[in-house]
Design a protein around this ligand. Structure first.
Ligand SMILES: [Fe+2]
Ligand SMILES: [Fe+2]
Length: 297
């Protein structure tokens, strides 16, 4: 018996679609262009990143016999596919307002394609990268759901997008991990890869922020830079708060559900979930979405 999937959580894709039409400035974040660029840079990485997460798990799908995990893989693919789809829409809005997140999407797509073609781009490496990135997204999601005031300055539809994405990241946070442990089982390798993934991701986000600001010909003020520093490294900052859960990954025998935060999912269902936005009418099939994005890279 492996350390298997958390049986209590249902991983069911919600086909959300948000009305982004009220976003009227690229500075989506409290008039701070640097934090706004951070949010846009992050959003730009989701469509290609999530397509790769789907692909890397799909590579192992046939090796999984456990029916619960098989079902959870289906849910994982569906959820990531829909996140990717909605962030693509958001990225287009950001582009129209002056932060070219779409250009960055394309850049990352190319880089992921190159990685797959390299010798080190083995199925094991790719899945371990996904497991690492899923840990990062799950702890950022937990931060967001525990500190909802952080995204209060955002327009309602963007808040909803982020809440929904955060909840589903928590719901499916163990899927890639469980697949990896059943098929590869080398947890030491996971730790090494998380270090690499964290460094590469941080550098990429930093460069993407600079690119967005540069393309928009926006040179941040000292006040904006200080605001960003406090947002990241202040007492209640993102990095400050996720440091401890980040490190848990390096504990012997770590499993993502060691952080039992089911209550955050329940709270969202009670307070923030708006079923009227659970109605994406566009023809969209997450089972093929990952492949499509990958193929067009
Ligand atoms: Fe996602
Ligand atoms: Fe995810």
């Amino acid at each position: 018996m492996t350390q298997n999937a958390y049986q209590g959580v249902e991983i069911k894709p919600r086909k959300m679609s948000f009305p982004f039409s009220k976003i009227n400035s690229r500075n989506i974040f409290a008039d701070n262009s640097v934090i706004s660029a951070f949010a846009a840079a992050l959003s730009s990485t989701f469509p290609p990143g999530e397509a790769e997460f789907i692909e890397s798990v799909r590579n192992y799908r046939d090796q999984i016999t456990d029916p619960t995990l098989k079902e959870q893989i289906r849910g994982f693919i569906g959820q990531e596919g829909h996140h990717s789809h909605q962030h693509k829409r958001a990225n287009q809005v950001l582009k129209d307002l002056g932060f070219d997140a779409v250009r960055l999407e394309k850049h990352l797509e190319k880089d992921i394609k190159k990685m797959r073609e390299r010798k080190y781009g083995t199925p094991k490496f790719r899945l371990a990268m996904t497991v690492g990135m899923e840990h990062l997204t799950a702890i950022m999601a937990e931060f967001l759901l525990e500190n909802p005031e952080v995204i209060e300055p955002l327009e309602d539809s963007v808040q909803e997008l982020l809440y929904w994405h955060a909840v589903e990241e928590i719901e499916h946070k163990a899927v890639a991990f469980d697949v990896y442990m059943q098929c590869e089982g080398d947890q030491k390798y996971l730790r090494t890869i998380l270090r690499i993934a964290t460094a590469l991701f941080s550098i990429r986000i930093g460069l993407y922020m600079v690119a967005l600001l540069f393309w928009a010909r926006k040179f941040p003020s000292w006040k904006e830079l200080k605001g960003f520093a406090s947002f990241m490294w202040g007492k209640k900052g993102l990095v400050t708060k996720i440091k401890a859960p980040y490190k848990d990954y390096f504990k012997e025998g770590f499993h993502p559900w060691d952080h039992d935060n089911q209550e955050l999912i329940d709270k969202w269902k009670e307070t923030f979930y708006r079923p009227e936005h659970d109605r994406d009418s566009e023809k969209f099939d997450p089972e093929t979405a990952g492949l499509k994005t990958a193929a067009s890279a």
